[in-house]
Ligand binder design. Structure first.
Ligand code: BTN
Length: 266
């Protein structure tokens, strides 16, 4: 386990260091176990809770990942969803999921001696294996936008399924298991910093920080889209966080979503 486990008081204390999640009227929930924190946060968002409300769980029975996959959520991990209400201008600037991935990587840096990397668009890796994932779910109701940002981090000694052993890891597996409350506090502070900076029209520094953590930039990759796969050199991120690919036919294209994998030279 990652040091002290969480409870509602610990989550409140972690959130209190954060101006936007810690606001007096934000809803803060902690569940020892829940179906999915994203589902609970979506219910709260529909009820009109303020931006910055959070749902945290010690485990999830039906954790959800990107692309319809499940997210293995045993005790020892951190499972968090944040209710956000970004306007259109903010959504056009940078993907909020990228801010979440960067905040997780920075929290890992702050709480451990490990080096956290990002795999575009927003997976967090340590030692070549995935340690955290981000799931952003946007909905609109009578013109009002809400975004539930779900973050799952394998912090403590999580008991992951055998089939994930080649691709997934935890901080504890690398000999580092920061207390969950400390990790949560660092994560919220860093996320708030990036979110408010993009709200104010910033973002260049965020792109620079995120790019610096993406070892795949400058290398050959394959991007898998729903209808096709393309190979090229991942040359960088554009100003809205899209992946720029120099394709084999000499053209250049920008992608806003897709699964990217490394292409090893033959
Ligand atoms: C991915 O596939 O990489 C995204 C994983 C997102 C998992 C988190 S855990 C907290 C929140 N609740 C969920 O059901 N999913 C997200």
């Amino acid at each position: 386990m990652g040091g002290a486990s969480l409870d509602l008081d610990a989550v409140r204390a972690a959130a209190s260091k954060c101006a936007f999640v810690g606001v007096k009227y934000a809803v803060i929930e902690y569940h020892d176990s829940i179906g999915s924190t994203n589902d609970r946060a979506a219910v709260l968002a529909a009820e009109g809770v303020p931006e910055g409300s959070i749902v945290v769980a010690g485990a999830q029975e039906e954790g959800r990942g990107r692309l319809g996959k499940s997210w293995s959520s045993p005790t020892g991990g951190l499972y968090l969803s944040i209710v956000l209400r970004p306007d259109q201008a903010m959504l056009r600037r940078l993907p909020v999921t990228l801010l979440g991935g960067l905040a997780v990587a920075e929290a890992i840096d702050a709480c451990t001696d490990l080096e956290a990397q990002l795999k575009w668009p927003n997976d967090v890796y340590v030692g070549g294996k995935k340690v955290a994932g981000i799931l952003g779910e946007l909905s609109r109701d009578e013109g009002v936008q809400r975004l539930v940002l779900g973050i799952g981090v394998n912090v403590g000694a999580v008991d992951l399924p055998e089939e994930l052993s080649d691709t997934a890891t935890s901080l504890a597996a690398h000999g580092e298991a920061p207390p969950l409350n400390e990790f949560l506090s660092q994560l919220l502070i860093r996320f708030e910093d990036h979110y408010t900076s993009v709200q104010r029209g910033g973002g260049v520094g965020i792109l620079t920080s995120a790019s610096a953590r993406m070892p795949m930039l400058g290398t050959a990759v394959r991007i898998n889209l729903p209808d096709r796969s393309l190979t090229g050199i991942a040359s960088g991120l554009n100003q809205t966080g899209g992946l720029i690919l120099e394709l084999e036919d000499g053209t250049r294209d920008v992608f806003v979503a897709g699964e990217v994998e490394e292409v090893r030279p033959k």
